[in-house]
Design a protein around this ligand. Structure first.
Ligand code: NOJ
Ligand code: CA
Length: 701
């Protein structure tokens, strides 16, 4: 069943400038590579004969050395073909095809005699390339001071972009022409402080684009390992994008030695948006799974002591910030609002057990929250000392008696050096009390000071944590981390990450506009699962606090259900308060039913910024689940169920917006309709403004 063929087709000795082409297996995507008259490597990408990337230069700036940019000759090129099917431990698909044609150019710089290899993989959904620094007789150490990779676009495309902030991706997407990108025009008073935006014309990757001719183009990267994150500088008049690597505290970009490689730079392209959103190219470009025994890597649905802090009903801290100086001394005066108490945790465990959830997350269980925010201290948390009202042993025994797992929380408040110092003891505590998973957090600026979340040091930290957790058979869900670039293929215990603007923003800011969840699958989710924390039923924050009456979800309740299908993650939270679910048990049934690990996924309809409809088949049954979402516009569509087994009859349960629903004034108006369907049936979806539909299609007995 598995095919793994690498055929070396040709090996040329080339002395002259000579353009070489390579097509994808379908022949629709084409790469053209040559050296220009300065001996600089240049490439072009075409799709169905149309230019996608015009002649663009490749190269790197080297600190205290000759740049790897000009004066090259091609010594040799090798081509190969690869066609394989692999099985992810958890995923949108049980089998993933990795099929591409490859060409590797061996270059030598005339003046320095330095070798540089550039490898291209040409997939049906786009092109990936990376730089390789081969072993040159002796090991060489070098510092990259900038990557000069260009992506020269063919026109003033529409772009879905967030500002190039080296410390955070938690922004609302802007949808403008490339020529209109300008960070100075952004209203950043929307729940996030301006952090590390250093140029008005820098955006983050993945950058999703649409040309006037209807081509969907996505610029991103894969397998970011021992290298900083790539942002993109935009020339708003020529539409040239240039790589900009997140620097370290002293302005260097990457410290490397030979042999080594950069991450893959990716250009996805299609005239059908569904091909982009369904692409597994980013995962495919990562190294295969390194964990032998994967029996402990399990999907999970969880609830937690979490939203109640975000809406201000309870607090993470036990004693309030005025007691910061007494933290951990026993002299703290409790505020009476602490969320992580034994009683409250038991209440969540009972709720999880009653409704068939796997796990309970508890935030605010450990000493330190009195002054966690603002980078005042290097050692805010030790990750092992519970507050006096959180008896970790009693809670674990209670959870076990109810068949529930506990999810640990490690908020580092950006103090990474402190976290690394405590990591072994923190993991030992998790093992002692049988916590299978941890949610980590990196709120605020990084300590050591001057480092950015997106720099090489932090990339290595996030990957190191995934590896150390894997050695201890622990799952990781990181918040405020580098955005994933497919590393969950290599370390499938890296089960989810936030690394984008999650549902939490709706609790305490102007929130996420209705289009937000239609863009994330084209951007953040291409790199791996997101812990978006859907399932908020009580959509208006004014009910918790009169002062927050302007804050609300920008979706209907039915759309919150649909997000469990549209926003892929093997770790999904039912994020609202238990009491809010008790008031809507009929709708809650969908969250209880929906699986989080899949056999197959089919993107039926997709348009970034507008709508998305996806249907997925459960990994462990014959049942299918559909999620459809729209932006601020109401949407009607008709879905043919021809993906169903032709020999079976199914019961469709449709959770939809009522006729008079809309996200702003009537978000909780939903209906549940049940009907018998076959593969010949159609279902009509009527989505409200900011609405959505969730459907379960279960085999009829
Ligand atoms: C931000 C995270 O995204 C959120 O989930 C968490 O509750 C807070 N930090 C506190 O750690
Ligand atoms: Ca966050």
């Amino acid at each position: 069943m598995f095919k793994n063929i690498i055929i070396i087709i040709a090996c040329f000795i080339l002395q002259f400038l000579h353009a070489q082409q390579l097509q994808s297996p379908s022949k629709e995507v084409e790469l053209i590579f040559s050296l220009n008259d300065k001996g600089t490597a240049v490439y072009e990408v075409k799709y169905k004969g149309q230019a996608v990337i015009k002649s663009s230069r490749l190269g790197l700036k080297i600190k205290n050395g000759t740049d790897l940019f000009e004066g090259f000759k091609i010594v040799k090129s090798e081509t190969a073909r690869f066609d394989e099917i692999w099985q992810p431990v958890l995923g949108e698909e049980s089998h993933i095809k990795n099929h591409y044609n490859e060409i590797k150019f061996h270059l030598v710089q005339n003046e320095t005699n330095k070798k540089l290899d550039i490898v291209f993989k040409v997939y049906d959904e786009g092109v990936a390339f990376r730089y390789q620094f081969p072993f040159n007789e002796s090991v060489e150490y070098f510092v990259i001071s900038e990557e000069m990779t260009e992506f020269n676009l063919t026109g003033n495309h529409k772009a879905f972009w967030i500002p190039g902030d080296y410390d955070s991706q938690e922004y609302v997407y802007n949808e403008t022409k490339l020529s209109e990108i300008d960070n100075s025009k952004l209203d950043l008073a929307n729940g996030i402080a301006l952090k590390s935006i250093q140029s008005n014309y820098r955006v983050q990757s993945p950058l999703m684009l649409k040309s006037d001719a209807g081509l969907y183009i996505n610029i991103f990267e894969a397998a970011v390992v021992n290298y900083p994150v790539m942002h993109l500088d935009v020339d708003t008049s020529t539409f040239q994008l240039t790589a900009n690597l997140a620097p370290n505290a002293i302005g260097d970009k990457a410290y490397l030695r030979t042999p080594s490689t950069t991450p893959w730079r990716t250009i996805m392209v299609s005239d059908d948006a569904r091909e982009i959103v369904g692409s597994k190219m980013i995962l495919n470009l990562n190294e295969p799974n390194k964990i032998e025994d994967t029996s402990w890597i399990i999907p999970m649905k969880y609830v937690g002591i979490w939203w109640e802090m975000h809406v201000g009903k309870s607090t993470w801290d036990y004693a309030g910030s005025q007691n910061a100086q007494n933290a951990g001394t026993g002299r703290m005066i409790p505020t009476g609002k602490h969320g992580a108490t034994i009683e409250n945790t038991k209440r969540y465990i009972d709720f999880a057990a009653k409704h068939g959830f796997d796990a309970v997350l508890v935030e605010g269980w450990n000493v330190g929250w009195e002054d966690w925010f603002g980078n005042w201290k290097e050692d805010v948390f030790d990750f092992t000392t519970p507050y006096p009202d959180f008896d970790i042993e009693a809670i674990m025994e209670y959870a076990k008696s109810k068949g529930i797992k506990m999810i640990m929380h490690h908020e580092t408040s950006g103090s990474v050096a402190n976290y690394e110092r405590h990591l072994d003891r923190a993991m030992a505590l998790m093992k002692k009390y049988d916590y299978p998973a941890v949610k980590t957090g990196y709120v605020g600026r990084i300590i050591p000071r001057g480092e950015f979340h997106d720099g090489q040091t932090m990339v290595n930290h996030f990957n190191f944590v995934a590896q150390r957790m894997a050695e201890n058979k622990l799952l990781v869900n990181s918040h405020e981390s580098v955005r994933p670039t497919g590393y969950s293929r290599t370390y499938p215990n890296y089960i989810a990450a936030e690394a984008a603007r999650g549902n939490e923003f709706n609790a305490w800011s102007i929130g996420n506009p209705p289009a937000h969840e239609t863009i994330l699958p084209f951007t953040r989710l291409l790199g791996g699962p997101m812990d978006y924390t859907p399932g908020i039923f009580e959509t208006k924050m004014g009910i918790y606090d009169e002062g927050k009456k302007d804050y609300q979800l920008h979706t209907t309740l039915a759309k919150q259900l649909a997000l469990y299908v549209t926003m892929y993650s093997p770790l999904q939270m039912a994020a609202d308060l238990p009491e809010n679910y008790e008031n809507h048990l009929d709708a809650f049934q969908f969250i209880k039913d929906v699986p989080v690990d899949w056999q197959k996924s089919i993107y039926l309809e997709a348009e970034p910024g507008d709508y998305l409809t996806v249907v997925r088949k459960d990994k462990n049954s014959e049942n299918w689940y559909l999620g459809a979402i729209t932006d601020e516009n109401a949407r009607k569509t008709s879905i043919k169920l021809d993906f169903l087994d032709p020999n079976q009859v199914y019961v469709a349960t449709i959770y939809q917006d009522s006729k008079n629903a809309d996200w702003k004034d009537n978000p909780k108006a939903y209906q549940i309709v049940t009907k018998t369907v076959t593969h010949k049936s159609y279902i009509q979806l009527n989505m409200a403004k900011g609405g959505g539909t969730a459907v379960s299609l279960k085999l009829k007995n």
